[in-house]
Design a protein around this ligand. Structure first.
Ligand SMILES: [Zn+2]
Length: 363
């Protein structure tokens, strides 16, 4: 089927630079330490990629890096739009990074600044929303209208898809599940509160345990240091490796994280009732060792269990490039909506711009 429709496009219009440009978008995922960027086609394939260190102290340097990446890609590709997924709070109009815990952005009007310098339609969104969108469009969440995507890294990122749309909330902050309080008066969180979910169900927990074990000089500490190639290199990654090799203590730590994951998922099911939970991020590499306990804790904690359908919990499909793929795809689709084909459509888009603010651009 897909092959036949491709052929029809080729027959109708030769693949000139302009036609190719309709299909490609740049996606840039800006994390606390690394920038991952790619040129993404309309099927979510990354056809070219670049990696940079993130300049973390100066917002202007991050802007320069984005513009430089765009220029580099555009030497070889004609692109239609540029999407940025950023680790931080992005306002509901997808234009301003309100706050980023790891970067120097405070009310940074990133969309307009990038658009001015690249002359491309630009979209900015939270990195977890971008990853969630990619899973919904091309990954584990296809064909499921209501989905919650949970990204387990050092912290917990989240995206909510309702009826095939990312739900951003009134102020753009929806999906910050990591900071739901699950233990009143519990562990101190970097956000300033205590007992946040990500202090119990993220990679940070494994990392903390691993570093403490190295410091104690315990047996598992030595195992982890060996796997990491030195005690100072130990992180949560080696916990998964040790568990996979059958280390009981490492398994128990992952089990506990899985348990807390399931408890939080049950709370999200009570609030949102999605058909599917997709678990991504580095910690999800633990696979069944993590998802088994999560599924058990979820079933045990679910309100009305036995009388209601249970959402499925599955692993994400797309891996670490999900963020840049999702950012590119959202930017490409938004740019297409912004450039109406007929006068009728133009009126509709203008109406939508008045009501949502999301299509307004300052010059
Ligand atoms: Zn917190």
């Amino acid at each position: 089927m897909a092959e036949r429709s491709d052929r029809r496009i080729v027959a109708a219009a030769p693949p000139t630079r302009r036609v190719l440009g309709e299909r490609l978008a740049i996606g840039i995922d800006i994390g606390g330490t690394k920038i991952a960027a790619g040129v993404v086609d309309e099927d979510g394939h990354v056809i070219d990629r670049l990696r940079r260190e993130t300049p973390t102290t100066d917002p202007d340097e991050v802007l320069d890096a984005i513009v430089d990446i765009a220029d580099t890609f555009r030497r070889d590709h004609v692109v239609k739009a540029l999407g940025v997924g950023a680790a931080g709070f992005v306002d509901a109009s997808a234009s301003t990074v309100v706050f980023s815990p790891h970067l120097a952005w405070r009310h940074e009007a990133l969309r307009d600044r990038v658009a001015r310098r690249t002359k491309l339609p630009v979209l900015v969104d939270n990195d977890a929303n971008a990853s969630g969108w990619a899973e919904w469009r091309f990954g584990a969440a296809q064909n499921e209208p209501d989905v919650v995507v949970i990204t387990l890294g050092t912290g917990i990122g989240g995206a909510v898809v309702i009826d095939g749309q990312i739900y951003r909330g009134r102020f753009g902050i929806a999906g910050e599940f990591g900071h739901m309080q699950v233990v009143p008066g519990g562990r101190q969180c970097e956000c300033g509160n205590t007992g946040c979910w990500e202090q119990y169900a993220s990679g940070r927990v494994l990392e903390r345990r691993a570093k403490a074990a190295v410091a104690d000089g315990s047996v598992i500490g030595k195992t982890l240091a060996e796997l990491a190639g030195g005690p100072e290199k130990v992180s949560g990654i080696q916990v998964t490796e040790a568990a996979r090799q059958g280390d009981d203590e490492a398994r128990a730590w992952i089990d506990e994280v899985g348990d807390w994951l399931g408890v939080g998922i049950a709370n999200l099911a009570a609030a949102l009732d999605p058909g599917l939970f997709v678990i991504g991020g580095g910690v999800s590499d633990a696979g069944e060792m993590l998802l088994g306990p999560a599924q058990r804790a979820f079933s045990q904690s679910l309100t009305g269990r036995g009388f209601r359908a249970e959402a499925r919990i599955v692993r994400a499909h797309l891996g670490p490039e999900a963020g840049l793929v999702g950012a590119a795809d959202m930017a490409r689709l938004t740019a297409r909506r912004r450039r109406p084909a007929s006068p009728d459509a133009r009126v509709r888009v203008r109406g939508a711009a008045r009501s949502t603010r999301s299509t307004r651009r300052r010059r």
